[in-house]
Every structure is written in C-alpha cells, then in structure tokens.
Design a binder for this molecule. Sequence first.
Ligand code: ZN
Length: 154
Amino acid sequence: MSTELEELYQEIILDHSRRPRNFGEVSGADVRVHGDNPACGDEIHLSAKFGSDGSFEDIKFNGHGCAISQASASLMTMKLKGKSRTEAEQLIEAFHKLVTGGTPNSGPKLGDLQLLGGVRKFPQRVKCAMLPWRAAEQAMQERSGEATVTTEVG
Ligand code: ZN
C-alpha cells in the first residue's frame, strides 16, 4: 500500500468503518435507497424519515464494502441527521467538491468528512466515498418508496 493511500485510512476513517454510527434501518422510514458501487463491491442501504418540512428527521444505513464507503456513510449520516433540505443539498454539493477537487472552504463546514478529501487522487475511491451521498441525494428526490442508485453511469 502506498503512503498516500495509507494516509487515506487515518484513525477516524478506520474507526467509523469498524464501528459505523447510525448503522441499521430507520423504523417507519419514508424512503429506502439501495446504492451499489460495482467497481469496488460496495453496497449501501440507506433509509430515512423526513420531517414535515422535508428535513432529515432520521437517517441510517447498513451494508458492506470498503473502509472508505462505510466511513463516508457513517460520517454522512451524522452530518445529515436533523438537517433541512437546503442544508443537506449544500452538504452534498460541498462533499462532492471536496472529493473531486473543487474549490475548498466553500459552503458548509464538513468537519471530519474533510479527511476523505484525499480520495480525489484515486478516481476509483471517489466512487466509494460518493456512494452514500448519491443514495442520500436520491432519497431526497424520491421522498418516499424505494429506489436504487449506482456509481456506474449508463
Ligand atoms: Zn469501495
């Protein structure tokens, strides 16, 4: 493993991948999204309950995959829980910029999620990091029912 790649697997990322937060399924969820990253074999099942104002009242995930995808999902659910629709959209956009090399320090604060910024050097890892966020984006679009999302285009 290269030094650069090792830096990706810092303590906090490993901690979240080993002991994911908000792991499970929201009871009485409004929406469930299955996210798939075939390039790596990551799978995320995201469930969420929305408040009457469209905010993330509760959000949980389960699934399996690499440390990056699991840590990203764990950190994401902590960040999105309780957030309004607008705040959640801004966070999704900010995280996307972070991992694809967009302008840093714009938009809302990402906290520990910034540790995942190192994936920008590894295109395959960007898919891992983005998988739960794509699922969250889909969840906000669908609002109810079930949906699937994949990192593979087309
Ligand atoms: Zn992965």
